[in-house]
Structure formats: structure tokens, C-alpha cells
Design a protein around this ligand. Structure first.
Ligand SMILES: [Zn+2]
Length: 157
């Protein structure tokens, strides 16, 4: 069961995605429903992220979406203490992780881990699980829901 989170990891006014973007709309629609998806080629089954116009393996334009488990592992991360963006001046430190999906370790995505901003909270190899942040409701584009991450217990078995 998907976990939804109210409140924003980054301050109000910080850049948010356009959920109606032609390339990534399926990703944001799934997030609204509490599902994490990656783009998948209907011809060769390659999965890729972020979404692209064509499959980077076979160059097919016939792309769809595949739901993944929402479990991942920290591949790398950074903890930003001195933000470059003025909007984040009062927000730091915050984290940005490069994670790899457990279902598809060849797929990496950028994310933020909630409740893990203190020094030493994150380490390479830590397990994560996805949650869905209800970031905003924009009168022009609708509800904006972004995947975020929480530290998870290692999967048993
Ligand atoms: Zn392909």
C-alpha cells in the first residue's frame, strides 16, 4: 500500500515538475495514484529513466510504462550544507541521493530521503522505499505528486 506524505521536502516556491509534460506525464500520473513507474520499451522490454523519446537500446518509439516495487538502494548521495539556490538558504542541510531500483539495478534515479538530513544518516548501500509527496495543487496543471524516499528495513529472505 502506497504511503502519501503531506508537506514539501523543499520550500514552497521551489521548482516543481510539470505533471502534463508530454514525455513524463505517465510518470506523474502514476505518482498521483501511489505507483512508481519507469519507461519500458514495448519492442525490446528495456526499461529506462528518465523518460526519453525513444528506447536507448533499440531506438523504438513504442514506449510504455512498467510499475516497479518502489524498493531501491542508495548508489551515491550528497548532503548539501551551503545551498546555491536562494530559496534553499534556510532549508539546508538537505540530501540528494542517486538510487538504483531493486527491480532494475541498471536504472538509477535522483531522489530525496525524508527525515535523513542529519550528518551520518545516509550511507551507500542503504535500502530505501518510495513514498509519495503531495507537493502542491496548481490551478493550471492539477495535483503535483512527487516520489520521495524513506530509509527501509533490509528485505528479509
Ligand atoms: Zn527497445
Amino acid at each position: 500500500m502506497a504511503e502519501f506524505v503531506d508537506g514539501q521536502y523543499f520550500p514552497e516556491g521551489y521548482a516543481v515538475p510539470d505533471p502534463n509534460d508530454a514525455l513524463s506525464r505517465g510518470f506523474w500520473e502514476a505518482a498521483r495514484e501511489g505507483r512508481l513507474v519507469v519507461q519500458q520499451c514495448r519492442d525490446c522490454a528495456t526499461v529506462q529513466h528518465p523518460p526519453e523519446v525513444l528506447c536507448h537500446a533499440c531506438h523504438s518509439f513504442d514506449l510504455g510504462w512498467k510499475e516497479v516495487s518502489g524498493r531501491a538502494t542508495i548508489y551515491s548521495f550528497t548532503r548539501t550544507v551551503h545551498p546555491a539556490n536562494d530559496l534553499l538558504r534556510e532549508r539546508g542541510p538537505y540530501n540528494v541521493v542517486l538510487l538504483q531500483l531493486d527491480d532494475h539495478p541498471e536504472v538509477r534515479m535522483l531522489g530525496n530521503v525524508l527525515d535523513a538530513d542529519e550528518e551520518g544518516a545516509l550511507a551507500i548501500g542503504m535500502p530505501l522505499r518510495v513514498v509519495f509527496e503531495r507537493t502542491a495543487v496548481d490551478p493550471d496543471v492539477g495535483e503535483i505528486v512527487q516520489p520521495r524516499w524513506r530509509l527501509a528495513e533490509p528485505e528479509s529472505g
